[in-house]
Ligand binder design. Structure first.
Ligand SMILES: N[C@@H](CCC(=O)N[C@@H](CS)C(=O)NCC(=O)O)C(=O)O
Length: 225
């Protein structure tokens, strides 16, 4: 009798907080690549992310961080690439073709350095300083991001290619939340609105929807909306 021992029993643990847009991106990608994750929620109210044990995992004290059987990767954008290259070889969400790959990396970087950072500028004062309103200057910089993405969607159906890639997952994880504080209107940003709706209609969103709802509920309370 031959017993198939080729079963993946390695533990993949994701350190996260429910509602984090960047953690949501990983939950959606894990669904896409059929990767099972054990979720470890950090208690942000108690600043668990600053505790010594977590700084050993992620010296930059951010979530998400992935521990794949002892190999630790942090920063959602890098985790997305790691999951795609390690578990998504048959998927079209990433590519080894240089000109496709660099477009994907470009847009992941745009989310990391611009869209998510601008979203954080809006959210940090609310969650860390109990502010009840979002400063106009932060909303203006979000508008600029919308305009950039609208322009990008003039020449491709998705953010980095004509098919969905991990860049869409990453940017969607931000825009699904920015939409709550600065609606992506059909009139001003028709392509971005259509992309947002298309992304919400994917099966992947089932893995991220709860996180968006959690953040929406928290914002409703904090902003007394
Ligand atoms: N570029 C990072 C950003 C991660 C990030 O800022 N996560 C927030 C939660 S949404 C966090 O952990 N904040 C705690 C801190 O900055 O100390 C990524 O994509 O993973």
């Amino acid at each position: 009798m031959v017993i198939n021992l080729n079963v993946n029993i390695m533990v993949k643990k994701l350190y996260m907080v429910e509602g984090s847009p960047v953690a949501n991106a990983i939950l959606m990608a894990a669904r896409a690549f059929d990767v099972e994750l054990e979720l470890q929620q950090l208690d942000f109210a108690k600043q668990e992310y600053l505790e010594d044990w977590y700084l050993q995992i992620n010296p930059a004290h951010t979530v998400p961080a992935l521990d794949d059987d002892g190999f630790i990767v942090w920063d959602s954008h890098v985790i997305l690439i790691y999951l795609a290259e390690t578990y998504g070889s048959s998927s079209t969400l990433f590519s080894n073709i240089p000109k496709v790959k660099y477009k994907i990396l470009q847009m992941l970087n745009f989310n990391c350095g611009t869209v998510f950072r601008r979203l954080s500028d809006c959210l940090r004062p609310i969650f860390y300083e109990n502010q009840k309103t979002i400063e106009q200057k932060y909303l203006e910089s979000l508008k600029d991001s919308y305009k950039v993405l609208e322009r990008i969607l003039e020449s491709s159906k998705f953010m980095a290619a004509d098919t969905m890639t991990i860049a869409d997952i990453s940017l969607f994880s931000s825009i699904a939340v920015t939409d709550l504080i600065l609606p992506v209107t059909d009139v001003e940003y028709p392509r971005l609105r259509e992309w947002l709706i298309d992304m919400k209609n994917t099966d992947l969103y089932k893995a991220g929807e709860q996180g968006v709802d959690t953040l929406k509920n928290a914002l409703d309370v904090m902003l007394e909306m």
